[in-house]
Design a protein around this ligand. Sequence first.
Ligand code: MTE
Ligand code: MO
Length: 370
Amino acid sequence: DPFAGDPPRHPALRVNSQKPFNAEPPPELLTQSFLTPNELFFTRNHLPVPSVEPGSYRLLVEVPGGRSLSLSLAELRRRFPKHEVTATLQCAGNRRSEMSRVRPVKGLSWDIGAISTARWGGARLRDVLLAAGLGDKSGEWHVCFEGLDKDASGTRYGASIPLERAMSPQAEVILAYEMNGQELPRDHGFPLRVVVPGVVGARSVKWLRSVAVSPAESPSHWQQNDYKGFCPSVDWDSVDFRAAPAIQELPVQSAITEPRPGAAVPAGELTVKGYAWSGGGREVIRVDVSLDGGRTWREAELCPRPERGRAWAWALWELRAPVAAGARLELVCKAVDRSYNGQPEGVGGIWNLRGVLSNAWHRVPVTVTR
Ligand code: MTE
Ligand code: MO
């Protein structure tokens, strides 16, 4: 069993697949704290968790025209200043289960919990590439990442980001060895992972084996033939993965974490809670909530955030409203980001065969007890 060496996991996680391990925290735990506790952070593994001996671990760095580096963990910590960034990671498949209700899609049936937030600490990718002798580059370049995790045929997980993002000091891309002040847990990439703030989780490669600057995107399956969006009419016979760009920055997203669909809530004051987030550091400026299926709206209160500025992290929000005994409500939420991007009203127009980018208005029917 290639998964026999996987680590133990928290029993509260909702497991979507055991081998490889894929699990999300229950919604009500997700918004209990701004930073997700490490043991509750959603886990998205495509392959078995590699066992890494930290003493003999080396990161390979390859830069055309530069020198190849092989860095130990001690060197990474010693040679590069530690940079910390609070960032939300979201899987492209978050909320896929809502898409499959419209028409079946291929992929893990995530509810609304394939998203979590942590404070990450590590070396800036930019500093490491400069140390490897990266000079000025014109034209199209990418930074390709490879994980230590591999399948039975020896194929490793891989992904890439444009070099421009990697080198931008504002983009804060790091090679993280810390998560919420602790060393990275095994499920989240021990001993070293990439964290690309504002970008789909798939590019934040865990158990990082190598970093290479290349004129082409990562050749990996997950860069080339997965994590792309298509027109709702495209099916598995007509899909041409070369025709669509790889997902990088994600669109604006929000969801209601409390109450849960189908809940019976007491009459009086109802508290609705949730999260909102957008890709590319676009701050969420507003969350609108409806209690009547989208006919009328009110504005939720955004919980104060620890940091302002570039919004790599989600906004948690809350709305209190009086509700009358016996009512049937359809709670709805939708967020607006700094660029005034909004979420689509329904799933129909954004449905795609892989069930990615599922960010329609989130609807939660509840009844009010007498
Ligand atoms: N890196 C490696 N090496 N292997 C993987 O399977 N999964 C990716 C990414 N990095 C993956 C990986 C995907 S699709 C996501 S959404 C995030 O890791 C999830 O990170 P997490 O498990 O820490 O939440
Ligand atoms: Mo993902």
